[in-house]
Design a protein around this ligand. Structure first.
Ligand SMILES: [Zn+2]
Ligand SMILES: [Zn+2]
Ligand SMILES: [Zn+2]
Length: 185
């Protein structure tokens, strides 16, 4: 993306979701999607788990995510995702809307993790909110389709704040040799 004022290449401002021209210091604010994703346009090593197009660098309120321009979903680490959801839910409550149940067919989707290519685990977000998310327990990554963050962010938990989604790691077989537990791999 180039500066509208002088044409120089724009640099994303570190940790923020906008750009600043290194020459004339003009700011540029990308229009966020309805989920609040600001597309920063940089390359990432990842392809979209849904449509296989390359993901770009993007930010949601200063949190780094990888974004698909085609299907408008985004990928981020578990802890980043937990923070984004908590921040959304800490905002003043939006007008109440009847909860929309997700389509059970979404649970049958087979998405491959953009990092390890393993099959992602497709499940409802356990901290509430009627949205199906895809996670990779090995890579600690979460994929959200367009609109899912909006649904999750509207939900207001009654008691505790939303925990970070940390699926249990797969059980590793252990053998005991002379009383010491040994991991097989
Ligand atoms: Zn400029
Ligand atoms: Zn996509
Ligand atoms: Zn993975």
């Amino acid at each position: 993306m180039n500066c509208a004022n002088c044409g120089a290449g724009l640099q994303p401002v570190g940790g923020r979701d906008y750009f600043r021209c290194p020459y004339c210091e003009t700011f540029h604010f990308p229009t966020p999607t309805t989920d609040g994703v600001a597309d920063l346009g940089g390359g990432t090593p990842f392809a979209c788990p849904v449509c296989a197009d390359p993901l770009t660098t993007a930010a949601i309120h200063g949190h780094d995510v990888s974004y698909c321009r085609t299907c408008r979903g985004f990928l981020c680490p578990n802890d980043t995702f937990g923070r984004i959801v908590r921040e959304r839910r800490a905002r003043p409550s939006p007008p109440a809307r009847p909860p929309v149940p997700f389509d059970a067919g979404e649970l049958r989707r087979k998405a491959a993790c953009p990092r390890c290519r393993g099959r992602m685990d497709t499940h409802p977000y356990h901290a509430g909110g009627n949205a199906v998310i895809d996670t990779c327990a090995r890579c600690h990554l979460v994929w959200l389709d367009a609109g899912e963050l909006t649904v999750l962010g509207r939900y207001r938990p009654r008691e505790r704040p939303a925990p970070v989604p940390e699926p249990a790691p797969p059980a590793e077989p252990e053998v005991n040799v002379f009383g010491f537990p040994l991991r097989l791999f």
